[in-house]
Design a protein around this ligand. Structure first.
Ligand code: CUA
Length: 167
């Protein structure tokens, strides 16, 4: 087969661009490591209770100022642990007054989970070894569902909790 000179040049240019592209992709994705959106805050996944926020009594919602709340959550296969209510039952619903600023802090001791409050801008990946956090203002009343949007195993579809923003 005879290749025209310009064909050869463009072929080399094309392959060269592909190699450069793959190197950039590889550098960005693997060399520097992948991180959850919140970046950098690490935790020992074998011992998350060593971190104050994730001790059983500190899970769920805590009011920290007039219109400020912190919500600490442990995502596990296949549950969002929001702590226990006064009767010792698992909390499944968070009640938040409209207009509140809420800091969500989520971690997991097992596998990668998602944390998405459907219909809001709260959408995080939760990776073992990291604390994913995001602060938002809950300014629309309604019932929202927290869903896991990272496949985490057989019970993935059972992972949910609810948020109620009330007037
Ligand atoms: Cu947890 Cu899917």
């Amino acid at each position: 087969m005879h290749l025209h000179k310009y064909e050869k040049v463009w072929l080399i240019f094309g392959i060269g661009s592909l190699v450069v592209f793959l190197m950039v992709l590889g550098f960005g994705a693997f060399w520097q490591g992948t991180h959850p959106q919140s970046h950098g805050v690490t935790i020992d996944p074998e011992n998350i209770e060593a971190h104050e926020a994730f001790q059983q009594e500190n899970l769920g919602i805590t009011q920290v100022a007039d219109d400020k709340y912190i919500v600490n959550i442990v995502a596990t296969a296949f549950n969002y642990d929001l702590g226990l209510d006064e009767d010792g039952a698992q909390v499944r619903n968070l009640r938040i007054p409209k207009g509140s600023t809420v800091l969500f802090q989520v971690t997991t001791p097992d596998v990668v989970h998602g944390f998405n409050i459907a219909g809001t801008n709260v959408n995080m990946m939760v990776e073992p070894g990291y604390i994913s956090s995001l602060e938002t203002v809950m300014d629309k009343t309604g019932e929202y569902t927290i869903v896991c949007n990272e496949y985490c195993g057989l019970g993935h579809h059972l992972m949910f909790a609810t948020v109620e923003v009330y007037e």
